[in-house]
Design a protein around this ligand. Structure first.
Ligand SMILES: [Zn+2]
Length: 378
């Protein structure tokens, strides 16, 4: 082992490459060393990009709060949530990234004195949302960005993405994609329509899970199932397509918009097969059969967040969802769906999150998990 290895923190890529490297024992030492050097350079670059992505996200979000004239409490509330979420992902990164790294120079002290809570709780309290989901929730909240037409909302989001999406890689190469926005390529719009005149009665938005790394994504999906989503969403996500979907009342509609990086705009898309298997709602556009492999895990799609928010906001819809059999006979009502999640999946998810967090040196000291809450609730 060379000295460099002994002093080097293992990174995610190195963990993944471990097996592959073990198989490469037949390669000569020089070749092995060349591969290691190359991996290390890529890892360094990846770490730098993660730090830059966090910094860029914080700065962009601060500007957004100023531009949209957020009131003092509102700005504090959302900035604390964004800072905590980014610091948490920094902490569970391999190697860990401290909060100070995301806020270079004078920025650190300014932010630390203004928002002390995220600085002291990033390694003891869990986030409920990824940074991009927090940003999306803020945009939904702003009064003058609440149009009836989702296309108008999507246009507003494109403007925000413009400054958030790409960051300079520092070497004069073409800009790279922000790690905290990267996977939020899809947002979903969900609404309840009046069955008489099709007027929109309620609407919600959601983002796909926007964090880099398989383990991080697994943690966020499990935390969402345990703590954030409506339990019906938690249940059907946990079933992973093995079983009938949740059936919604006729007046619920769902659309997804995919961000096209090159064009800098969103395009309405059909739901993926995973969503189609989980939610029996009216999709616009309709689901299309295809042979493409969908590599993302159950729970990753934006639909889970928008549908969950809708269920949490509309009691009438919430109480009228069910699971039906082949002949449309009712198999499970809302309460039974909820109980099933508790009985079959809750404990398994808890121990999974615990193991994953412990592998990333996150302090889960008591049975009672602590989730981050901003110092002022709105
Ligand atoms: Zn989907």
């Amino acid at each position: 082992m060379d000295r460099c290895d002994a002093e080097h923190h293992p990174t995610e890529r190195e963990e993944l490459n471990q097996n592959q490297q073990n198989n490469n024992n037949n390669l000569n030492a020089e070749e092995n060393s060349r591969i290691r050097r190359k991996c290390r350079l890529t890892d360094q670059k990846s770490l730098q990009n993660m730090v830059k992505s966090g910094t860029n996200f914080i700065v962009t979000f601060k500007k957004l709060l100023q531009k949209t004239k957020a009131c003092k409490e509102e700005a504090r509330h959302y900035m604390e949530l964004v800072l905590h979420s980014i610091f948490f992902f920094g902490h569970i990164n391999k190697p860990p990234i401290s909060p100070d790294k995301f806020l270079p120079g004078q920025l650190t002290e300014g932010f630390r004195s203004q928002f002390p809570k995220p600085f002291s709780e990033y390694n003891t309290h869990l986030p409920s949302y990824t940074p991009y989901s927090i940003l999306l929730e803020y945009i939904c909240r702003i009064e003058h960005l609440k149009p009836e037409d989702p296309d108008v909302f999507i246009k507003k989001l494109e403007t925000v993405n413009e400054s958030l999406w790409k960051i300079d890689d520092g070497d004069g190469n073409k800009p790279i994609v922000n790690r905290f926005a990267l996977v939020a390529t899809v947002v979903s719009y969900c609404c309840v329509k009046d069955s008489n005149n099709a007027e929109v009665l309620k609407k919600t938005y959601g983002a796909s899970v926007s964090c880099k790394g398989d383990i991080q994504r697994e943690i966020m999906i499990a935390l969402s199932a345990l703590h954030v989503w409506d339990r019906a969403v938690s249940y059907v996500v946990s079933c992973e397509g093995n079983g009938p979907p949740i059936t919604f009342p006729k007046k619920v509609q769902c659309s997804a918009y995919k961000y096209k990086q090159k064009r800098g705009s969103y395009k309405k898309i059909a739901p993926c097969t995973k969503c189609y298997k989980m939610y029996d709602v009216e999709y616009d556009p309709e689901h299309q059969e295809h042979d493409d492999e969908e590599l993302w895990p159950y729970g990753n799609c934006a639909e889970n967040e928008s549908i969950s928010r809708l269920l949490q906001r509309d009691k009438d819809i919430r109480n009228n969802i069910c699971i039906v059999g082949e002949n449309r006979e009712k198999l499970m009502n809302r309460e039974e769906i909820e109980n099933k999640f508790k009985e079959e999946y809750e404990d398994e998810k808890k121990s999974k999150v615990r193991k994953l967090l412990e592998s990333r040196k996150f302090k889960l000291s008591s049975e009672e998990w602590r989730f981050f809450t901003p110092s002022h609730s709105l």
